[in-house]
Write a protein that binds this ligand. Sequence first.
Ligand code: RP5
Length: 172
Amino acid sequence: MDYTAENRPVVSVVMGSDSDLSVMKEATFLLEEFDVPHELVLASAHRSPERTRRFSEGAAARGVKVIIAGAGAAAHLAGVIASQTVLPVIGVPIDSSPLKGLDALLATAQMPGGVPVASMALGKAGAKNGALMAVRILALEDPSLRAKMEAYIENMARGIEEKQEKLRSKQE
Ligand code: RP5
């Protein structure tokens, strides 16, 4: 990612391991679709705590407005980041463990009172919704982004109408 002023990331997509990329790229695809400048960051709450701390404490000063953090297993990444920044943190639990993500889901959702993490669904749907949630937050202060989100929602509804039409014509 190019860190020039006009291209500074406003969303950080953070993941605990490069093995999470196949899930978290769903978030970056959507941010690209909405033309939201973003960055992809590797930081592990357990394996690189110092790097995670530096990222969390420095993100707001770099112009980042929303953080999406995906991790699997004992997924502390989103919570640890949320404890070290005032930015909104969206957690994406990843189904990368023998417990198939139940561990990550609970670790992401069950934050103690005082340190909020907005937990998404497990896996790719969660990564996708994490990006959409970030766009909705940014759209509060950005009318052009709000218009894009409205168009996205209308387009989704149109897709259902079209699929319904296809189903109907197959049944005839
Ligand atoms: C977590 O442990 C990561 O977020 C990943 O989902 C999981 C496994 O990591 P690797 O052993 O594949 O690097 O910290």
